[in-house]
Design a protein around this ligand. Structure first.
Ligand code: ADP
Ligand code: ADP
Length: 232
């Protein structure tokens, strides 16, 4: 089974004459330990799809399956636990808490889950992201790119099964972007995590095993590198 999948997913915002059909019957599965890029024009439904797959938003109809479990059938309490323990999400807007240091932000999911911090892995992640010397600072004292990397570190330290990243290189210069993409690829290759990222950048997409194209709320294309054997 796919690590995470959408089955005939429909998402309508609003109602009546002003309703927007952001997702119009999306069926797509993401294999375990695969790195997928979602591309498509602005407004094609990329963010909405990621939010629904991550259990952050509820679809109008259709299913989201996480390791075979239908997220739409879970109580809010279970959903919260699933999001906390099995899913990592890197928001476009970072969503770092301003009153906490970068280090406290990064370890927050583990603290909330009452889990210990794997220091060695944490060091590896923050070093690979080049933010090891920024951890004592609050988000307001970090550049946009450093905030983005702190948000990524926060999504990775608990080693969730599936990591969703919305434009993870959007605020980064090409060198920092390459570090982020290399780390995401390592997470897939060495930790077996499933990574799904939205990007507009063809250079970023080239790091992925597969590119899913959205247009008007539908899957309009699915390009896999043949020798990496992506599955639909
Ligand atoms: P993308 O990420 O590809 O730019 P989105 O998923 O953000 O696309 O948006 C898909 C469509 O849904 C767009 O027409 C957008 O304006 C609309 N949309 C997204 N979020 C909302 C919302 N909260 N309320 C109303 N319409 C929304
Ligand atoms: P993206 O860059 O992914 O397209 P947007 O800038 O379209 O993101 O959307 C940013 C936020 O605004 C998202 O949380 C989205 O759900 C919300 N949003 C997008 N379009 C609309 C809309 N037409 N009405 C209300 N909220 C929207």
């Amino acid at each position: 089974t796919a690590a995470v999948a959408a089955v005939d997913l429909v998402k309508v915002y609003g109602r009546g004459a002003t309703a927007v059909r952001a997702l119009d019957g999306v069926t797509v599965g993401f294999r375990r330990a695969a790195f997928t890029a979602i591309m498509g024009p602005s407004g094609s439904g990329k963010s909405t799809l990621m939010h629904c797959l991550a259990g952050l938003d509820t679809a109008t109809s259709g299913q989201v399956l996480l390791g075979g479990t239908d997220l739409g059938r879970q109580s809010d309490r279970v959903l919260t636990r699933v999001r906390r323990e099995r899913i990592g999400f890197v928001f476009q807007s970072f969503n770092l808490l301003p009153q906490l240091t970068a280090a406290q932000n990064v370890t927050l999911p583990l603290d909330l889950a009452g889990r210990g911090v794997d220091r060695e892995f944490l060091d590896h992640v923050v070093d690979a992201l080049g933010i090891g010397d920024r951890l004592a600072h609050r988000p307001s004292e970090l550049s946009g790119g450093q905030q983005q990397r702190a948000a990524l570190a926060r999504a990775l330290v608990s080693r969730p099964e599936v990591v969703f990243a919305d434009e993870p290189t959007g605020n980064l210069d090409s060198r920092a972007g390459a570090e982020v993409l290399g780390l995401l690829r390592d997470c897939v290759r060495t930790l077996g995590q499933t990574v799904v990222m939205v990007t507009h950048d063809p250079v970023a997409a080239a790091y992925a095993d597969r590119v899913v194209l959205l247009a008007d709320g539908r899957v309009a294309g699915d390009l896999a590198e043949p020798d990496r054997g992506a599955v639909t």
